[in-house]
Design a protein around this ligand. Sequence first.
Ligand code: CTP
Length: 384
Amino acid sequence: MTWLMHYAAEQRLACYVVGGCVRDWLLARPVGDIDLVVEGDAIALAEAWTTVWPDQLHTHPPFGTATVSWLDAGALVSLDLISARRESYPQPAALPIVQFARLADDLARRDFTINCLALQLANQPTNVIDPHNGLVDLQRGLIRVLHKRSFIDDPTRILRALRFAARLEFRLEPSTAELLQQGLPWLDQTTPARLWNELGLLLSEPSAFKALSLADEWGVLQQLCGCAWPQALNHQAQCLLPNLPNEQLAISWLLLMSQLSPNAAQAQTKRFGLPKPIRQAVGQWHALATTAAMLNTTLSAGKLDRLLSPFEPLVLQVWASTQTPLVQQQIAYYLQALRPIASQLSGRDLQAQGIKPGPEYKTLLAAARERQLDQFAAENPNLC
Ligand code: CTP
């Protein structure tokens, strides 16, 4: 950074730290990646830097941006260098046309006043540059757009507003709330990839479940995927997290999709291009629903195992949280006690007994496993 400061001064390039990192620094929150706006050619600056410091460089010439990454105490740190730019939207929800410009233009193209704060990179301390009164909104805990068309130009900002509101515990400023409502139909014009970009971030944050409640309250979920997020789901999701700490995104998505019909859930999951394990989990969820009546009667260990073994443990755990105590108890017993047990009989044993390999192997092995588990349950009644 010191090198960058000297080099920029030498080249008479004005550089500013901008956006989320200034916001988070002022809120005394952990600062993530740093965005640096350059009134000039950001790519040339990044290239000059990496000739002196051999850090990783990625350039994006159509946008005049570059990312420099390096390891700091084992963690990967990134700095985005952005050529100050003006943006215009050829049509609502389309990608913007970019022209190089001054810092003021660059700040004016942004989403919310709290993200339009800048600090000049200089040798001596400077004041925060705040052309849109973001400091006042930061103090008052308000999310405010810069102009009336903001959500129409870029409807993904609706999802960003949710993310910041949940994360920072901020509120929408009243006229921004109205504009957001007017912007909702434009979500339909936005490509699913861009929507998922933001939605995936939202569902991965610690405040994801809160964001989903807000999304329900603001009508975003209804517009986005035709479903709701009832308050009860918040509690269920929170209870699941300690056992599935790395599965927050899958938990949120499965519970959300459980509000839809099987076909609609599959269609939404496909539309947003979710990863294969989640797509399969959504399919399994609805297949599991057809077993609910059976699971609501007490099953023998062998039958329970036979019924549940086709399903992934993640789906079983999340689905169980939406079911009766008896179903929950049987699924927990299956996952903890039965599933880890290896089958005593294998295909090789059947071959050794002189049974010709064929379709009946499956039946014989399943029946043997059922007997084995029933015996296990009889010998370990305290585990049931
Ligand atoms: N931005 C925007 N409209 C968008 C996306 C981004 O105006 N649809 C602007 C915002 O000013 C934002 C900056 O680009 O501050 C950088 O984007 P990003 O890194 O996504 O935002 P951060 O505020 O840094 O978010 P986070 O704290 O989650 O990293």
